[in-house]
Design a protein around this ligand. Structure first.
Ligand code: DX5
Ligand code: ZN
Length: 220
């Protein structure tokens, strides 16, 4: 559908040319830039921090969608807000006080998101859903690009869509991991409105990003 947002994940970009990669996917139709932050502690991989977010900010005219896979969370929130993040999402397992972290993100002028791992129950949304602007459903275990989509994410997306609709608020429902043209229709039909795509976009190679983004969007 045309209202679907596509968020290319920089994890699969060429890090030697990050500014150009950001501009290229935006020119190709990206609605958000998905920025994966890993700490070799909460997840078994290590990526980038606020310094790199700040460096790409001038190259992006769309919001930077920061996905924090770090523990602890709170100290990084003001740093990413300062570095130009538009949305900041975190994993509830990594925060001592989930409600406090949500308020912290909002108090720094960013939109707060909560991330559910494949085994994280929907009950983490109890008491905080109304405070969120984004729910991010992991359809792989966090840590690496290029993994296979976990099918049990689909009924979970449907259940979260029902809960979001019941709030009457415009809370985005984003899906991250293994999104491809071949499963985008089912993910969108389940109720997702925002799709992260790393290897599906950047794996297409330079010059092919529009075709790759359109393939996901049109499939959905
Ligand atoms: C995984 C990251 C994802 C990853 C998705 O921990 O959160 O954003 O880059 O990559 P693909 O789309 O290749 O599964
Ligand atoms: Zn991510």
């Amino acid at each position: 559908t045309s209202s679907l947002r596509i968020a290319p994940s920089l994890l699969s970009a060429n890090f030697a040319r990050l500014g150009e990669e950001v501009e290229a996917v935006i020119d190709a139709g990206a609605d958000l830039i998905h920025f994966d932050v890993m700490d070799n502690h909460y997840v078994p991989n290590l990526t980038v921090g606020p310094l790199v977010c700040e460096a790409i900010r001038p190259h992006s005219r769309v919001p930077i969608d920061v996905h924090l896979m770090v523990r602890p969370v709170d100290a990084l929130v003001p740093m990413f807000a300062q570095a130009g993040a538009g949305l900041i999402s975190f994993h509830p397992e990594a925060s001592e006080h989930v409600h406090r972290t949500i308020q912290l993100i909002r108090s720094h002028g960013c939109k707060p998101g909560l991330v559910l791992n494949p085994a994280t129950p929907l009950s983490v949304l109890d008491h905080v859903l109304d405070d969120l602007d984004l729910v991010l459903v992991m359809s792989v275990n966090p840590g690496f690009g290029g993994q296979a989509f976990i099918e049990s994410a689909l009924p979970k997306i449907e259940a979260i869509r029902r809960r979001i609709d019941a709030t009457g608020r415009d809370i985005w429902l984003e899906v991250d991991g293994g999104v491809k043209p071949g499963n985008a229709a089912r993910i969108a039909a389940a109720g997702a409105d925002t799709l992260v795509a790393g290897s599906a976009v950047f794996g297409a190679g330079p010059g092919q990003y529009r075709q790759a983004i359109d393939a996901v969007r049109q499939a959905a």
